[in-house]
Write a protein that binds this ligand. Structure first.
Ligand SMILES: [Cu+2]
Length: 127
């Protein structure tokens, strides 16, 4: 009910007051109830693997089922994240500044390498 009254007064304001004031009033009214201000109750955990100097860091990463791993290419060359066996990880080449991310839904060990630079190796262990 309170919100409805405020909406009505906001309509009145649109007629008489500059837009910037309305936008400010709108956002301040929404912020206490906005779901974006609170983390989701069942958010997946994110893990970051940094790619730099032709290496994955950390090279071995333990995570939990359902977690997301984000590989960030902070290197000078394009790389891939490709499973040594199986098809869990099959990224395209991603260039410096780009990321690749993957959700691991099941337990297991997932060793991977870079197709462009086979000496680059890493693994994710899902517990
Ligand atoms: Cu590479």
């Amino acid at each position: 009910m309170k919100i409805q009254r405020m909406n009505i007064s906001r309509y009145a304001l649109t007629i008489t007051v500059v837009g910037a004031f309305i936008i400010a009033g709108c956002s301040s009214n929404k912020s206490p109830t906005s779901p974006n201000n609170n983390p989701p109750a069942h958010s997946t955990r994110y893990h970051t693997v940094n790619i730099q100097n032709f290496a994955f860091s950390p090279a071995s990463l333990p995570i939990a089922m359902g977690d997301t791993v984000v590989w960030t290419n902070n290197d000078s060359a394009p790389h891939t994240v490709t499973s040594n066996s199986g098809t869990e990880l099959q990224s395209a080449q991603f260039t410096p500044g780009q990321t690749f991310q993957h959700i691991f839904p099941a337990a297991g060990g997932f060793a991977y390498h870079c197709i462009v630079h086979p000496s680059m190796m890493g693994s994710v262990t899902v517990q």
